[in-house]
Design a protein around this ligand. Structure first.
Ligand code: GDP
Ligand code: CA
Length: 320
């Protein structure tokens, strides 16, 4: 069984860990391919930084900082302090020493001429992840945010302003020249099930969908496409993702996110959608609109709870 997941960083990683736990326990023959958002990527202090790919890699390798929610466990920040003293980089965007090792290795391999997808493959051989990790694209496509104070890189808006500066819109810089990374359309077309992780619908999933070739493959695949709501009871659970939704005029509401993705039968993305049990009242209307919807607990409190969510998504896909 070929399982494909579209995923952002921290939320995406939590979901993939639960799916991997489910596969290890109940479906040892199944293979997982993760298509990761690369819109948050940036050049900083001369290094290529890929936040969502790294969140996935670290969490799946078990070397992530669980308490802080991002980066490496046991991290120190000596190099970052030096960079700040030289006035290089962003003082509010700390790069840990261990994390910098990853960025230096990545940048070195990119400078050798490897495409990002090959770099990810090289970096992850160190840590067998139990999943195939693919960047959505090898091209540099970066999310920028339009605000009243000018247009800035997504990470500046997200980390420096904590998304408190109202976003007027999002741009995918470089998208006109981009194509999906090798293996991405093939994985979607060859999938038995495509899962949309409960990741940020705008700057994680929306960015992946914007890469030329991805949406076409999702339209063409015979696999059911099932998403899990990143919104529970009108809130995004963790982080500031609601600021992204309101910027594009979508309510922070599980049903509104499903309608934003749209029913596949009506030219949208979804065959199925999972909402949390507190959002049960969304089931009837969405199902009538062509998105088969079920209500199950959607809080990713640990791998077991998340594995149960993944199981519910696979059950919904199988019932199609
Ligand atoms: P990022 O790239 O690190 O911001 O991570 P993602 O885009 O993959 O995921 C962030 C989103 O995950 C948040 O905006 C939340 O809406 C969602 N999220 C976080 N924790 C949970 C959870 O326990 N359950 C659900 N359903 N969604 C969650
Ligand atoms: Ca991200």
């Amino acid at each position: 069984m070929q399982l494909v997941v579209l995923a952002g960083g921290v939320g995406g990683a939590r979901f993939v860990r639960g799916l991997r736990a489910l596969v290890r326990r109940d479906r040892p023959g199944a293979a997982i391919t993760v298509i990761a958002n690369t819109g948050d990527d940036l050049w900083l202090a001369g290094l290529r930084v890929t936040p969502d790919l790294d969140s996935l890699m670290y969490a799946l390798a078990g070397v992530n900082d669980e308490e802080r929610g991002w980066g490496r466990a046991g991290e120190t920040e000596r190099v970052s302090a030096e960079l700040t003293a030289y006035g290089v980089g962003w003082p509010w965007f700390t790069l840990g020493d261990l994390d910098l090792g990853t960025h230096i290795a990545r940048t070195s391999l990119l400078k050798d001429g490897l495409p990002l997808s090959a770099v990810v493959e090289r970096l992850t051989t160190r840590w067998p992840l139990g999943v195939r990790l693919l960047p959505a694209t090898d091209d540099e496509v970066e999310t920028h945010v339009r605000t009243a104070e000018g247009t800035m890189h997504f990470e500046e808006w997200w980390v420096r302003t904590r998304a408190a500066l109202p976003a007027l819109g999002f741009e995918q810089r470089g998208v006109e020249r981009a194509t999906a990374a090798p293996g991405v359309p093939e994985a979607i077309l060859g999938a038995d099930v495509v899962l949309i992780a409960p990741s940020n619908p705008v700057v994680s999933i929306g960015t992946i969908l914007g890469i030329p070739g991805v949406r076409e493959a999702l339209e063409a695949t015979s696999a059911p496409v099932v998403g899990l709501s990143p919104v529970i009871g009108g809130a995004v659970v963790r982080g500031m993702g609601d600021a992204c939704l309101s910027a594009i005029g979508v309510a922070t509401d599980a049903a509104a996110v499903a309608r934003h993705y749209g029913a596949r039968s009506a030219g949208g993305l979804l065959d199925g959608w999972l909402v949390d049990t507190v959002d049960e009242d969304a089931v009837e209307g969405l199902t009538a609109a062509g998105i088969a919807t079920r209500a199950v607990p959607l809080r990713m409190t640990d791998d077991d709870a998340t594995a149960a969510m993944a199981q519910a998504a696979l059950d919904l896909a199988a019932s199609r």
